[in-house]
Design a protein around this ligand. Structure first.
Ligand code: ZN
Length: 359
């Protein structure tokens, strides 16, 4: 008895099709050479799940309810993501002698042989719904990338802490997320993470690091961009919270207003214009400033005289000339402190010289 006849018989036996449906399936199977099960699905006679279930009976292998499967991250890590997704395989467990997988195609000899040969172990095959396998894999990989995002953000913030980079720009795509750092007129790509991250994922990552932030969102070319200003430092001597990286003008006040949205940070209030008597944190170039301003150096007012400035001034790294090397922590810049009373001309001149690598 051939394997295919047996599948047809089982479909009849379990009442999943009738004689007429099976006849049509066999006709297509013979004419096109595709498997009977495939033909039956194509003709709309049975569902793919019906075929998987019947295959499990025919081959005497377990049929797995995929919803109940908890992916084994360690074992999944031994396979390429592409291999598992393309072949719709979830590895379930591994012993010294054998490895157990669930797939929607227990006749996929190429993939099963590949596993047998790479592990040098017997492969126990069970079958389950392909659609559900895909869903479980997608979820498992999404889950795996959030810790990567968190670790990456933590590393970036550590690297920009004593620099003039104070803003992180997230450019999320369908399969990856580009992260640029920005400050003192310099924008630099620092990471490209695999995975589709949403704004909520990025917020959750900062939350799990316990880092509050100010942020702006904007769209360009139909893509959502997110600019985040992590609040990780305390500005001395005011004790006021400030963003990562040292910046700009500083005048003491108890409460700070800002023109950005706020996430999880105390002591900041949102206002589109400066409030008399309080510190103001402007994040837009040319944004409003007042006597009591705290401003990023990029948004410094055009003409101020004798303002107190507390900033790290970037200079192109003398070793790598901006390309990034070990000496500059791969940032391409080194930073010198500029602190005291200066005018806007002084500040802008220093920034310009630093960018041009004139030091
Ligand atoms: Zn360097």
């Amino acid at each position: 008895m051939s394997r295919w006849k047996s599948i047809g018989q089982l479909l009849l036996e379990y009442g999943l099709t009738d004689d007429e449906g099976l006849r049509e399936g066999l006709k297509m199977h013979k004419a096109s050479g595709i498997r009977l099960g495939e033909a039956m699905v194509k003709l709309g006679k049975v569902s793919r799940d019906d075929i998987n279930w019947v295959l499990s009976k025919q081959l005497d292998i377990p049929f797995v309810i995929v919803e109940d499967v908890i992916p084994n991250d360690e074992l999944m890590g031994k396979f390429s993501r592409q291999f598992l997704i393309e072949n719709r395989i979830i590895p379930l467990h591994e012993t010294d002698e054998q490895i157990t997988i669930v797939t929607d195609d227990p006749l996929n000899d190429t993939a099963i042989d590949f596993i047998r040969n790479s592990f040098g172990k017997k492969v126990n095959v069970s079958t389950g719904s392909g659609r559900k396998i895909e869903r479980v894999l997608k979820k498992a990989y999404e889950k795996a990338t959030l810790p990567e995002l968190i670790a990456s953000l933590e590393g970036i913030i550590e690297r920009i802490r004593e620099t003039s980079f104070y803003r992180m720009d997230f450019l999320p795509g369908k399969t990856s997320c580009r992260i640029n750092i920005f400050g003192a007129g310099i924008s630099k790509n620092i990471a490209i993470l695999q995975g589709a991250f949403t704004k909520q994922d990025i917020f959750a990552a900062f939350d799990s690091l316990d880092i509050p932030f100010l942020y702006n969102t904007f769209t360009a070319d139909n893509n959502l961009f997110l600019s985040v200003y992590p609040v990780v430092n305390t500005l001395e001597p005011t004790g006021r919270p400030v963003i990562a990286g040292k910046y700009g003008l500083c005048l003491p006040a108890d409460i700070t207003f800002t023109d950005t949205a706020i996430h999880g940070v105390a002591g900041f209030f949102r206002s589109d214009s400066p409030v008399q008597g309080y510190g103001y944190f402007a994040t837009r170039k040319g944004g409003p400033v007042s006597e009591n301003s705290v401003s990023v150096i990029d948004a410094a007012p055009e003409d101020f005289r004798e303002c107190y400035i507390d900033a790290y001034i970037p200079e192109k790294c003398p070793s790598c000339r901006g390309d990034g090397c070990e000496g500059c922590n791969d940032l391409g810049y080194r930073f010198s402190v500029m602190e005291g009373l200066f005018s806007s001309d002084d500040l802008n001149e220093r920034l310009k010289q630093g960018r041009d690598g004139k030091y």
